[in-house]
Ligand binder design. Structure first.
Ligand SMILES: Nc1ncnc2c1ncn2[C@@H]1O[C@H](COP(=O)(O)OP(=O)(O)O)[C@@H](O)[C@H]1O
Ligand SMILES: CC(=O)N[C@@H](CCC(=O)OP(=O)(O)O)C(=O)O
Length: 256
């Protein structure tokens, strides 16, 4: 599951209780989280300037210090605490810990700086944590192959890569909108299912823009592998996780 920074503060306790219930039923959740708004807030407080190019934060060492502090510290531990309040056990870590996420510079690193694309995921470590009964909570900071360089990774991209490497059946993307929306006859509607071809058309037409672009790109990358579907849902919808797993037609399903 990917939890977006847009929705983290609004997630009700029932969201985490649902996760615990699923764990009791033998359905394992692995969380990769974002935290873009909290990073921007802290950068603002510290007077460090940063912008975005095509949805990726322009990242130098000073920005990366804040990204790592906010994602691996504040946000990661807040999610761990909220899961543990339900009685479940969670273990928070970033892509740095145990070389969990290995990364290389993105193709446009001359524009965005220390931003990474995932090259490897230590799936055995995640499986080990799960087998001990903990819900892994992963912050999207990665390490280069030599272990010396840190990279800021978009959380959607990191979640898609983790889903692919684990070979899970489904990735759930939790955000602040009820799915992929399209204006039809002057009315905004949530699309129940979209295919890869339809997504490409919607990006070209401008119907999908901004923060939705890395989500659908990550979805396309992982459903070309072992993942069968990606579902985009609103985290503040009551019992959203059990509704997704029961197939009650909530959100938008992205299929091949
Ligand atoms: N077609 C679309 N349907 C729904 N949301 C869209 C669409 N295109 C762009 N968006 C935007 O994507 C946003 C979600 O992305 P983002 O703000 O990055 O969230 P997160 O922090 O969860 O990753 C929505 O709030 C909305 O403004
Ligand atoms: C490279 C890059 O842009 N990294 C993101 C990582 C956090 C993220 O993706 O958070 P959301 O899911 O809340 O957007 C950033 O610095 O904001």
């Amino acid at each position: 599951m990917k939890c977006g920074g847009s929705t983290l503060a609004a997630l009700p306790i029932s969201f985490f209780e649902d996760m615990r219930q699923l764990q009791d039923e033998g359905i394992v959740t692995v969380i990769v989280h974002g935290g873009g708004p909290a990073i921007s807030e802290t950068l603002g407080k510290l007077g460090i300037e940063s912008g975005f190019v095509n949805g990726l934060r322009v990242t130098n060492e000073a920005v990366l210090d804040v990204v790592e502090m906010v994602l691996s510290g504040q946000i990661n531990k807040e999610i761990v605490r909220r899961i543990q309040l339900t009685g479940a056990m969670a273990l928070g870590l970033s892509g740095v810990d145990g070389h969990l996420i290995e990364a290389k510079p993105v193709a446009n690193s001359h524009e965005v700086g220390l931003v990474g694309d995932v090259t490897k995921v230590n799936a055995e470590l995640i499986q080990g944590i799960v087998s001990m009964g903990y819900i892994p909570v992963i912050a999207p900071v990665g390490l280069g192959a030599d272990g010396g360089q840190r990279y800021n990774i978009n959380a959607d991209t990191a979640a898609g890569a983790v889903a692919s490497h684990l070979g899970v059946e489904q990735m759930v993307v939790v955000t602040d909108v009820p799915g992929i929306m399209k204006t039809v006859d002057g009315e905004k509607r949530v699309l129940p299912v979209v295919s890869v071809a339809e997504i490409e058309e919607m990006i070209a037409s401008g119907d999908i823009y901004g923060g939705m672009i890395p989500k659908v790109r990550a979805a396309i990358a992982c459903i070309q592998g072992r993942v069968q579907e990606v579902v985009i849902v609103n985290g503040s919808e009551p019992n959203v996780l059990s509704k997704v797993l029961k197939g009650t037609g909530i959100g938008t399903r992205i299929v091949r």
